[in-house]
Design a protein. Sequence first.
Length: 482
Amino acid sequence: MANSQKYTASKKGGTMALICIIYGLWGVIYSLPVPFFPREAVKCGLSVLEIGVIFAMSPAAVFVCSPLCAILLPSIGSKYMFWAGMTIEGGCTILFGTLTLMDDRISFLVFALLIRFTQGIGGAIQGVAIESTVIVLYRDRIASAKGFIETCLGIGYATGPLIGAGLYKAGGYAMPFLVIGSIVILTAPIATYTLPQVADANVAPWKSMIKLSKSFYIILLCFGIFIQVASQTFIETNYSIRLTIFHMDVVKSAAIILISATSYAVIGITVGFASDYFGYKKFILSGFFLIAIALQMMGSFPYFKIKPTLWHFMVGSALYGVGAGAVMMPMSAEMVRYASENDIGDNLGVYSSVAGLFKVFQSLGTICGPSVGSSLTSVTSIGFSWTSSIFGFLALLQFLIFACYNIYEINYKPKKPTKVIDNCRTYEKLSSIEEVQEEHVSKDGENHTIKSKDIVYDNTETGAQVLECDDRQKKISDSTKL
């Protein structure tokens, strides 16, 4: 496994810059066809439902393939998986530009579904590889690193429709896919050569995946990912319907939805740095509360019979972006922290499993948000207001469960003993220290035998006994036997 200590600050900075570029391209790829593909698909005879299924194929592939990619990564290595994933994505992007050459509606639909699903497989491979690399290189600053890359992803996702529309106007349907797909394919070998190799054939990631999946707390965090992404994709696909009651044109509507994206991008880096310093839980908890309030505001509190106003939606959008950033930036870091402190593990198998679970629930939210949200919005008695409120209640439920669990963990859950392991006052669980099988300590000319399963602190005044733990030499200097 790549050791982050072997990389200088300049190398880490260069790697982070490259990863940010990759995430920006990733955002462009998936938002590129939004402004013009539905129009071309309708010309070829596709229905709105069929167009929605085509867009859902990519997250469906990520949902299916991410666990397998997480299990295979430690043995294959991040470099090869990243190169394969990025090449597949670039190739499928180019192929997507050839759909208008299909002679009939069925051929167009079948090839669109196959290409989009294959592109999702590439996204799963690349996503797990990049997430695992980030966790390894920035083990102590995961949330900060996540803030940078998620901001770049948001920028790419926001600019993708503009790039796609411009290239479509300049060269027709195939031009956007040909240009962006070629850039991705050309970038793949350069990025693969530059990124560090992350691999460890000695770990068993499938065991880590099972342990994580059995943990109530991990599943609770994953459900939080699902709620956030589902509500976000619901808003993205239905906000234009909501804004029609305010008689706004397309340009003004697009500008308003950018409020959420802008607040998410701005808060992302800030929350990343702050949560690494102050702790992750308080930001995640605050984020769910803000999301719950924001969704109620965007729906104009329908249970109070308040007349919808534009400022409700605008303020709600800004609050939602802040809440989403507070939830998503520290989420991976919190999962890694919990796994490390609860004997699940702290190795590449755990990191890749965390990345895989994150992608699974993120893609599940991407699938369910637009489909469930659009279905509820289309019901006259429910509409956008009540649908937004329902998603808000789900976020509030997540907030309450998360808060109750943390109260239980602080006040009632048995705590594992900790001890000082160095002069810097850092702490570590006793269970992570190798058991002392048998050791002889000389004191005042007498030999004292220390039996197995005892953790002993040296009681000499002249020095400290050195025990080996996880290939690190740690000084233990207390005079008490645990």
